[in-house]
Write a protein that binds this ligand. Sequence first.
Ligand code: ATP
Length: 687
Amino acid sequence: MNKIAIVIDSEYKHNRRSLLDKLIKENLNSIFGQKIKITNYYIDKLVKGDLIKDDLVLVMAGSRVLKIKNFVNDTNNIVVIKRTFLKKGINQLFQIPNDSDVLVVNDDIETVLNSISSLYQIGIKHVNLIPYEKDKDYHKIKYAITPSENELVPNYIKNIYDVGNRMVDVSTILLIMSKLNINDKVTQQNLYNYYQNLFSSNNAITENFNNLLFRTEEIDNLLDLSHDGILLTDKDGKILICNAKFKEIFNINENIVSTYLHQIIENIDFSKYYSNSFHDGLIYFKNKYINLEKKNITYFNSEFRMYFSFQEVTYIKKLEQNLSHKLRQKGQIAKYTFKDIITQSDKMNEIIKNSKKIAKTDLTVLITGESGTGKEVLAQAIHNYSNRKKQPFIAINVASIPDSLLESELFGYTKGSFTGALNEGKKGIFERANSGTLFLDEIGDMPKHLQSKLLRVLQEKQVIPIGSENVIEIDVRIIAATHKNPIIMIKEGNFRKDLFYRLNVFPLELPPLKDRNEDVKLLLNHFTNNKFEFSKECLKHLLNYNWPGNIRELCNIAMYISTLEEKQVVETTSLPNYLTALNFDENIKAENIFAKEITIIKELSNYNLSKEILKSIKILNEIDKTAGRKHLLNYLENRKIKVSENTLKKSLKALSKSKLIFSKKGRSGNYINEKGNSFLEYTKELL
Ligand SMILES: Nc1ncnc2c1ncn2[C@@H]1O[C@H](COP(=O)(O)OP(=O)(O)OP(=O)(O)O)[C@@H](O)[C@H]1O
């Protein structure tokens, strides 16, 4: 329990028992309850050699610090109490007519002057405050203000405003909380209730404090809704945040905030999980296995935190059941062959020709291309054309599997490393694809710590399942795919360079559909079973359309037409609205549509350079980076584009004036908007 000393001048004042220490005690007890033990001290009774040993020593004014400094060990533990009035006491004072003379009455001149100064501070300036002195005549005065000393007010003054006793103010309470390290929910709630009644001359502060309390409450609720146990600690393992599920998993009832993680659970040495190289592991606690993941977080470049999440294996099992359902839906057999790839584009035919050659080897292939360009179709075709065609083709979409499961999905685990239904162990995807082909889709989304494990597997052609000491030799052909640009990911530090070279043995880049216009009609006919003809105008729309979703999107539109179209000839009006919303008149060239913007950019800056800068903003935005000036300069330098800060400023001004970019309130950096994206496309400068 925290010990608090309340030190006032003397126990009796003007032969009356002082109420001051009692009042302060009541205030503090209403907030801290049983968490503190209060003792009263009186300065006039302290004698040489006395020592106040309490954790905190509260005094009523700065001048008293000097008086008691020899009676405490550490003057840092002295807190000067600030006081304020109750709301209801103050609000009534605004009824007193302006410029009235008002007598301020208290038990001696010092407290009178104190009250006057407090009243001024909180903004009582519309009346003249006059200090009361005993035995003086105040017959001309009609109003009096007193902090509950009504009997001292001369009886000829009829309008008495009792402002009540002053209360300890919020800033003092917050100081006490921080000095004693008290920050629990109950105290916060008590403080909230307490200060609702206090008068505050600074509503902004109380409002901010209110918001902060609500925010904390909301975050706590969110954390408690999580199925994972969640902990946030500082670099030494001191617990800063902990949710209800964590306590449930480890059967903890008491408050563990501010204690050390490595000290709370017997038999588990959590300190070994503090090292930077630790990412995840399995803990055994009271007959259950718990999966543990850790992430390091740095705020403001200096505050270091460790985030831990804990999942009981039974919960993981449920996730896993969902996952296997998804995998089953995805199908693990390669159904496409090269014959299924419908194309008459030279570029595509060249890719197919090369792919057939590669298919006969065991070389690793990396397929890149926008989403929906047919990366998986090509991977399956390669497998079916290879000598492995009778062996399994296993596809795994790295992005769709939670981090906590990915490692066991890839490498498997052995009998006995898990309890219950998982007792039989599980083959990893490498093992399941043995002697066949493994298609690693969205490889760019693989967490970095697994990238190193994958690299090792690829180099050594061996996997070690989790919990096993046995090495399994594997013979798997890897085809990886990503819609992200691997070079940018490497530059951004999100993808290992060595893994990229290991995968990029044979790179295949699928062109987006908008770059193979010749395939649009062919694919439409194919997907609508040649049942329709397309009017000239309708075809014009389709050929000018940008196809952001590529063949997948075209396939959907073909389905839309097949389902709804009743006529033989498909007109523009039969296309989905969003396709025709843009005006694709052949005569309107990019130069015309964006003529105004182009003129502005040319007037204010170097046109080509500004377009390069717009592209760079687009890329930085795509990889979740703010495109502030510093980032942009670095990025342009990496792209070997020389530009001075001044020139960059001019271009940004021009782009912003043409409304192709915008900046968000309160956040530095530039963002490309829809118009900016269209501008890049229409000026045929797509990335
Ligand atoms: N050349 C093609 N001929 C016929 N159908 C194709 C062709 N290319 C793709 N498709 C079809 O388009 C759809 C998307 O293809 P796929 O899933 O291979 O794309 P992806 O590039 O792997 O997409 P994502 O990156 O989103 O995974 C599939 O339904 C596929 O059948």
